[in-house]
Design a protein around this ligand. Structure first.
Ligand code: 5GP
Length: 210
């Protein structure tokens, strides 16, 4: 059996990443990796579903056991991808999705070069700020921190394989599907989302400026 494909998806929080992924993979067999984190659960989050919520000690233990495919610190919390489940699914031929931040994404790409890296952009930094406020799960200080962090993340989008923009949900979903389905076809529309294209680079710069 051939191996499953590995998709690494990154986006600043508030980019609608969850909504896009749910829609894209609705009719596709896929394994969503469940990460470990030392962050406290937000309201409604369930242990073992959204994340495995670990103590600092438990997280350190996982590192000591080489249990992570990658791990990184983000907003003063630790996040990591459990290695075993991901490698098993790929071996079983099941496509797998990692929703992780950029530092971890590059670690995975180094270990598994055939992984496909996709970055989802917000239309502008200002719009991202507005979406985070609307969500209402964080205070002003945290939001300001998240926005400045998002800018750093967006700069790294240039080193991803593909970048799409979530300005309107439906086109963003269509673009994402196009990458998943046709990225190996040299004539497909998917090629237009590659970061080697000048217009994609320009789009990233514009998002940072606005
Ligand atoms: P949040 O706290 O909002 O759920 O996630 C914060 C950031 O951590 C997001 O960018 C999310 O994609 C990222 N993240 C979630 N799980 C992992 C993981 O296992 N590894 C890494 N490196 N980042 C993760």
């Amino acid at each position: 059996m051939s191996k499953g494909r590995l998709f690494i998806v990154s986006a600043p929080s508030g980019c609608g990443k969850g909504t896009i992924l749910a829609e894209v993979f609705k009719d596709r067999k896929v394994y969503y990796s469940v990460s470990c984190t030392t962050r406290k659960p937000r309201e409604g989050e369930v242990d073992g579903v959204n994340y495995f919520f670990l103590s600092e000690d438990q997280f350190s233990q996982m590192i000591a056991e080489d249990g992570f495919l990658e791990y990184a610190t983000f907003a003063e919390n630790s996040y990591g991808t459990p290695r075993k489940a991901v490698m098993e699914k790929l071996e079983q031929g099941i496509d797998t999705v990692l929703e992780i931040e950029t530092k971890g994404a590059f670690q995975v790409k180094e270990k598994i070069p055939e992984a496909v890296m996709i970055f989802i952009l917000p239309p502008s930094v200002r719009e991202l700020d507005r979406r985070l406020r609307k969500r209402g799960t964080e205070d002003d200080e945290t939001i300001a921190k998240r926005v400045s962090q998002a800018k750093g993340e967006i700069r790294k989008a240039l080193d991803y394989d593909y970048v799409i923009m979530n300005d309107d949900l439906d086109p963003a979903i269509a673009d994402f599907k196009e990458i998943i389905d046709n990225c190996t076809d040299p004539d497909a529309r998917a090629q237009g989302f590659k970061t080697k294209n000048e217009q994609v680079k320009k789009m990233i710069e514009e998002v940072l400026e606005k």
